[in-house]
Design a protein around this ligand. Structure first.
Ligand SMILES: C[S@@+](CC[C@H](N)C(=O)[O-])C[C@H]1O[C@@H](n2cnc3c(N)ncnc32)[C@H](O)[C@@H]1O
Length: 230
């Protein structure tokens, strides 16, 4: 069956209007901070030989930060956008012996192996809500014991009043930073294609998956970082 949501998202990130490295900070408020929080949330010894999976590795900002912080780690990055992966490969070329980049829809494949750390940044909200839940259950299954899942993502509130405020904030943010076709493309993506859910829903899915320690560690406006330990 055709998955229109996945096709829309893949087309968005493959589109010629998008130069994600140039616009990442213009479309994700506090993008660098969010990625730094993800790296800092990983509690493994910095010199350990951990295996990491990055869901929606994109152009590799988060992967670059993790591979720099963990010099013996190996990272597998999955992404279905060939354009994003091409840029990622260039960015991560200095780590070429420690990476595996897979072009695939992470909702459709079995993950290649088990990992100590599964991360995702600004990606899971792109999937249909049922798939977001299934992905968290799949992440749990593919973690080693004491492994950690860390997700930094767009979220929404459970209050319509706050959601309106968050929407105004984010729309103004995009309008201040972008213009023309690029602005139009990101407004459509943000308000028609994205499927953010409440932080409470994310944490409930972790609970349902049987993660034993669950915590939200950072929030800023319509973004949050949270983790679960298996
Ligand atoms: C905002 S970017 C991610 C940024 C990246 N994590 C970083 O470190 O900067 C979102 C990425 O997720 C990818 N993506 C979204 N849904 C996906 C799916 N179902 N399967 C594979 N990749 C997906 C998109 O192609 C895009 O490259």
């Amino acid at each position: 069956m055709r998955n229109e949501q996945a096709e829309k998202i893949k087309n968005h990130f493959n589109s010629k209007e998008i130069d994600y490295d140039v616009c990442a900070n213009y479309v994700v408020p506090r993008n660098e901070e969010l990625h730094n929080v993800i790296v800092n949330t990983i509690r493994h010894d910095r010199n350990s030989k951990i295996k990491i999976l990055d869901l929606g590795v994109g152009t590799g900002l988060g992967a670059w930060k993790i591979l720099s912080e963990f010099p013996y780690a190996h990272l597998t990055g999955i992404d279905f956008s060939s354009k994003m992966l091409k840029r990622c490969k260039e960015r991560l070329s200095i780590f070429k012996n420690r990476i595996l980049l897979v072009e695939a829809n992470f909702n459709k494949i079995d993950f290649p192996e088990k990992y100590d750390v599964i991360i995702s940044a600004v990606t899971i909200h792109n999937s249909k809500i049922e798939q977001q839940k299934d992905l968290i259950l799949k992440a749990y299954k593919n973690l080693n014991n004491n492994g950690i899942f860390v997700n930094g993502d767009f979220i929404k509130s459970n209050s319509e009043h706050i959601n309106q405020k968050l929407r105004n904030f984010y729309e103004n943010y995009l309008r201040e930073k972008l213009k023309g076709k690029e602005l139009k493309t990101w407004l459509r993506h943000a308000f028609e294609e994205d499927k953010p859910v409440e932080i409470k829903t994310h944490l409930n899915w972790l609970k349902m998956a049987k993660f034993k320690k669950i915590e939200c560690v950072w929030m800023y406006m319509n973004l949050a970082v949270y983790y679960g330990i298996k």
